[in-house]
Design a protein around this ligand. Sequence first.
Ligand code: ATP
Length: 589
Amino acid sequence: MIAAPKSGRSSRFRRLLHYLRPHQTKIWAGVVALLVVNLLGTYLPLLIGTAIDELQAQFQFQRVVFYALLLIGLASLMWLIRMASRLWIFGAGRLVEFDLKQRIFEHLLRLEPSYFAENTAGDLINRATSDVDNIRRLVGFALLSAVNTLFAYGFTLPMMLAIHPGLSLGAIAVYPAVLFIVQTFSDRLRSEQLEVQQSLSDLSDLIQEDMSGIALIKIYGQEANEQRQFDRLNAELLANNLVLAKTRNILFPLLGGMVSFSLLILLWFGSRMIADNTIQVGDFVALLLYIERLIFPTALLGFTITTYQRGEVSIDRVEAILSVEPRIKDAPDALSLPQVKGHLRFQEFSYTYPNRRTPVLDRLTFEVQPGEMVAIVGPIGCGKSTLASALPRLLDIAPNQIFLDGIDITRLRLADLRGAIAYVPQESFLFSTTIKNNIRYGEPEASELKVIAAASQAQIHHEILNFPKQYETLVGERGITLSGGQRQRTALARALLVNAPILVLDDALASVDNQTASQILRALHDRRQTVLFISHQLAAAATCDRILVMDRGRIVQQGTHSELVAVSGLYQSLWEQYQVEATLQSEGG
Ligand SMILES: Nc1ncnc2c1ncn2[C@@H]1O[C@H](COP(=O)(O)OP(=O)(O)OP(=O)(O)O)[C@@H](O)[C@H]1O
């Protein structure tokens, strides 16, 4: 789970201002509109009071029409200005939502793969959508409502006090109690809201994982088990929602009831005062209208506060993503590397995963010449993939251990380093687009000819021609419409198209038959790239210029195939084992 940054109310408020700054013109326009509406709203009861007193003293039809038209005119104007204030402030909320989504996505793209291994996709998606939505409501509804309440009280109260201090104070006597109750409930509401958001993330995670692993669920017949897990998480979400609803259901009617109580007080004492002639009917009506003006904002205070708190929780949850500094980034004085020859040197290179105690790679030292094709072989889990992902700095490695053309790769600009390396990982990931776009992913403007050349070298061109729409065939999410071998060769074509000086293949031909794999390697020989070919396919590895043999994080042997098979050691036993397996496979097949 993503840890929330430690934050207090003031720092959340500062972040909020930061979100609002680019849209301050809209916000200010909205605030001014609310100011005007409230000024007019404060004037209306006064006007009605005056009209009543005047017409009571001397009834004139013309004056009635005059007052009626004036009131209709003012009310329409208020309606128009109120609409404008909503458009401006809610519009700013939508813009803040847009900005945040952009920032989150941009930020996630800057983070290293290990971040996504530690944090689940469901949770991240939930934060980028539902939490951002909560912040939008904070900026829109909560801000509008808070400013409106402030103006309503700020203008209405002095007017009420001017009309009749005693009666006004009596009518609003319950309001401090309202504020006290709101404050008392606010912490509870916030923590309950957090629980709801977290349960929602857990549920999204499960749905996301189950949809990705649907085949596995079916093969192992685990539908019922997954259903049970879903039921449990859904029940948790329901329980948390009910707890929150209960708190709200106690709070909001309580607030509404207390506010209506103030009207009762006013009617009770006011009617006696009219009878005693201590207050004029016009003033009394104005007071009633003023109190009415306060009812709506005060009753909404509960919603406003919940929306604000929900937004506060979401600010923390979104900031928890935005505050993560990428561990792998350009040094301030990062170097450019315009021309890459492709010379690699690993110098006592060690690597320990952050969650492990012992190093996975232990003082590896070797060199690869430009244009050389080097195979890296070794038992399962000896560290080959770790080595491959260290080179383009997908792992956070220490300086002065890996050198490209003599320069420490941690000093190079990441874009230059990664631009020099075409890397095909073990799992070939394809995007949900056409096969052509998948192949030219690294160079979206690449010509059709270039795409075909890369596909031909990856030995997939002829198969693509047999697809329903050839290169325009859509590949489903993660390429489910293609076989494992076709996916791997498409991923290889993507790496070949960018024509980087260094090519790293991490078991990238595992699902391709030996003959095709050897053909591909032969084609690679002609490209004069530096190639690191990590593989369990020893027959294909044997065609490389040199073979490094790894065992438990170390290089234990190196040489050509014929040199290595001739001496007893790990390579010899791997080779013998490989041949037995190959014979069994061909007999079985
Ligand atoms: N993200 C990670 N966090 C912690 N340990 C990891 C991580 N990735 C790999 N390892 C561990 O590092 C060791 C080396 O893994 P690696 O994938 O580099 O081996 P490999 O030689 O490529 O294996 P294979 O031949 O199966 O692909 C293994 O013990 C593995 O469990």
